[in-house]
Design a protein around this ligand. Structure first.
Ligand SMILES: C[S@@+](CC[C@H](N)C(=O)[O-])C[C@H]1O[C@@H](n2cnc3c(N)ncnc32)[C@H](O)[C@@H]1O
Length: 270
């Protein structure tokens, strides 16, 4: 409902020369966007289509962040610069008159969006190419079939995406099991942050890769160790992906029978 109302507010400004007209996010929505993205003083926030600059100015005033806003409208850029000056954060934020589709986004740790959905979808490949772990937070309009990692609705929808690492492909997993070290193969498929796959172990039918979760570079999943029928156990994996290597800690079993092991996997085919 809120999205429909908002869309009509945006469409009502049909005379605006740019694809998305200037409609400011209400201050409580700005606050919620920055809270959901967990912005801190170490973040570099980029607001694409920055309007009167309120998102960046709030990021600097309330969270101590730095950043850049871009907008095509020159008057809004001047207005934003004056507002940043008044708020005492002109040193921390910069406003540039430029096309958001031609803007280098690589410095951002957080990207904020209040644009129309078709613009968000056009931006999507550029967002997916950012450093894994980069947070993208949007007001009202989503990123098409890339589902948000988190969403809150308080008057308006606010959605958060975390750029996922590339985990797709075939991996060899070195496992320290009670009966001795083994190498298992994982075939992993990925659509955005959604992951599924199978595990192949010598002389056994393929098993499931359960409860897989990918947030930026952090991955977790569960496998079942059935190599010893008398001593089957769940194995809970947590780790980090860096390029073609993922590694971390695995907990095998539960309660006072649980053991902890280091694990490492290497991608041998994308
Ligand atoms: C809905 S307003 C959002 C303003 C601000 N981000 C906020 O949430 O309060 C969208 C803004 O995007 C700007 N805009 C539209 N197309 C753009 C483009 N291609 N490049 C840069 N800015 C653009 C408009 O001028 C407008 O100020």
């Amino acid at each position: 409902m809120a999205a429909v109302l908002c869309l009509s507010a945006l469409q009502a400004r049909a005379q605006w020369p740019y694809e998305a007209p200037f409609v400011p996010s209400p201050q409580v929505v700005v606050d919620e966007m920055l809270r959901l993205a967990e912005v801190t003083k170490d973040d570099f926030v980029m607001d694409l289509g920055s309007g009167d600059g309120r998102i960046l100015i709030t990021a600097a005033v309330k969270f101590g962040a730095r950043g850049i806003g871009v907008d095509l409208d020159e008057t809004l850029i001047y207005q934003s610069e004056a507002a940043a000056q008044n708020a005492g954060v002109a040193e921390r934020v910069q406003f540039l008159r430029q096309d958001l589709f031609k803007t280098d986004l690589s410095k951002a740790s957080v990207i904020t969006l209040y644009l129309l959905q078709k613009m968000n979808v056009r931006l999507r490949p550029h967002l997916l190419a950012l450093r894994p772990g980069t947070r993208i937070v949007a007001h009202d309009f989503d990123l098409g079939d890339w589902k948000p990692d988190f969403k809150t609705t308080v008057r308006k929808n606010v959605m958060l995406w975390i750029v996922p690492a590339n985990i797709h492909g075939h991996w060899r997993l070195n496992l320290p099991l009670p009966g001795g070290a083994q190498t298992w193969e994982l075939d992993i498929r990925q659509k955005y942050q959604e992951v599924d796959g199978v595990v192949r172990v010598a002389q056994q039918p393929p098993g499931g890769l359960w409860q897989a979760q990918l947030r930026g570079e952090r991955v977790s999943f569960t496998l079942v160790d059935s190599t010893d029928r008398e001593n089957e156990a769940m194995m809970y994996f947590e780790g980090v992906i860096k390029g073609n290597v993922m590694e971390g800690e695995m907990r095998r079993g539960v309660g006072n029978k649980q053991t902890r092991h280091k694990w490492r996997a290497e991608r041998f085919k994308p």
